[in-house]
Design a protein around this ligand. Structure first.
Ligand SMILES: *Cc1c(COP(=O)(O)O)cnc(C)c1O
Length: 375
């Protein structure tokens, strides 16, 4: 598969495993770890990352965003419990219950639909109660949470196993707001447990909170971006060592010497200021090699950095190699990752593109084959 298309992402599963072991060393052996593998494991491959975690015992739960994501993991043979992190439409619930995907319940309507889906599926619906304590996105209000827990406990076929919330600023330098949110959530969670009449799995820690808020660790932590090797924000404390899990590679597909004054690419936005060698690479915005890199990006070849020139095309881009070169067609080109002593980190892409590492790895498109290093 990697032979068919030179542009490929190398996924260092051993680094994901090391990141998970580092998280485990921090949070201790008794807490559970849910890894967020939504959006195809932030672009890294949900099935392969989940299989590695299941085989090495480095995670106890998998977190997905959609029912098809949960079903895909089950069809791939994964047996760990799967939590769908957001609300579910009534018509999706039966498929989720049949796949053994735990639902996040955000309202009484959803609770009733889960009971109905359990009846239709002929098996219990496993659910966690989702409370909105400040994210302002989805979830039952703090005030209504105990009543909803009571209702869930009374519904036939519904098994309430957990209560959780989400933290909007756990990655920020100032910890005050999140500290207050965590203590509010702990109070709500204990009211919910009382209403349910039993202990539940209580959880709220995303990567920012795993790194910066020990009181948030509770019964389970839910790291996402950090398992792929990145802190959620440059401000987040670097309390746990992390190794990046993705490199993006291609090869020189064409090479030519052009005379000063020659224009390169669509729009003729770059004109060679001198006689120079220009390489073409088979990677473009359809691969997730963003068009905003036009005349701004760079690549590494043989440990040296070269600027992108002209506009990034859909499937190809051009690189200025300078007046003399020993680069040849077929040479490896690093778009993200290490080459010799040089590195283009994912954070550099994020900064140049005005976004976050999350979006960078998610946008590496399906055309780019993922090649997995052994772990
Ligand atoms: C995606 C997600 C996470 C993981 O967030 P990171 O910032 O990537 O660690 C945790 N909890 C919920 C509810 C999520 O949706």
């Amino acid at each position: 598969m990697s032979l068919l298309y030179a542009t490929h992402a190398r996924v260092h599963l051993g680094n994901v495993c090391d990141n998970l072991r580092a998280i485990r060393a921090a949070v201790g052996p008794s807490r559970k770890v849910l890894i967020a593998v939504k959006a195809n494991g932030y672009g890294h491959g949900a099935v392969e990352v989940s299989r590695m975690a299941e085989a090495t015992g480095t995670a106890e739960w998998l977190g997905v965003a959609t029912v098809p994501e949960g079903v895909q993991l089950r069809e791939a043979g994964l047996r760990l419990p799967i939590l769908k992190l957001g609300p579910t439409f009534p018509w999706e619930m039966r498929a989720a219950v049949e796949a053994g995907v735990t639902l996040a319940i955000c309202s009484s309507e959803e609770a009733d639909a889960a009971a109905e889906a359990a009846r239709a599926a002929g098996r219990p619906a496993s659910v966690h109660l989702k409370v909105d304590t400040g994210m302002g996105r989805v979830g039952v209000t703090q005030e209504e949470a105990p009543a909803l827990a009571l209702r869930l406990s009374a519904l036939p076929g519904v098994e309430l196993g957990g209560v959780f919330t989400h933290l909007p600023v756990s990655d920020a330098a100032d910890p005050a707001w999140t500290r207050e949110q965590i203590s509010r959530f702990r109070a709500v969670a204990s009211d919910v447990e009382e209403a349910a009449g039993r202990r539940l799995l209580v959880h709220c820690a995303n990567s920012g909170a795993v790194l910066g808020h020990e009181p948030s660790w509770l019964d389970m932590v839910r790291p996402g971006i950090m398992i792929y090797g990145f802190r959620p924000d440059a401000e987040t404390p670097a309390t746990i060592p992390l190794k990046p899990a993705m490199s993006l590679l291609t090869r020189v597909s064409f090479l030519k010497r052009v005379a000063a004054g020659t224009s390169i690419g669509y729009g003729r936005t770059w004109i060679a200021p001198r006689d120079t060698f220009v390489a073409t690479i088979p990677a473009g915005y359809a691969d997730g090699f963003n068009r905003l890199f036009s005349n701004r990006g760079r690549v590494l070849i043989g440990g040296k950095s070269y600027p992108l020139v002209g506009r990034v095309c859909m499937d190809q881009s051009m690189v200025d190699l300078g007046e003399e070169t020993d680069v040849a067609v077929g040479d490896e080109v690093v778009l993200m990752g290490r080459s010799g002593d040089a590195e283009i980190p994912c954070e550099e892409w994020a900064e140049k593109l005005g976004t976050i590492t999350y979006e960078v790895t998610c946008q590496i498109s399906p055309r780019v084959a993922r090649v997995y290093d052994p772990y």
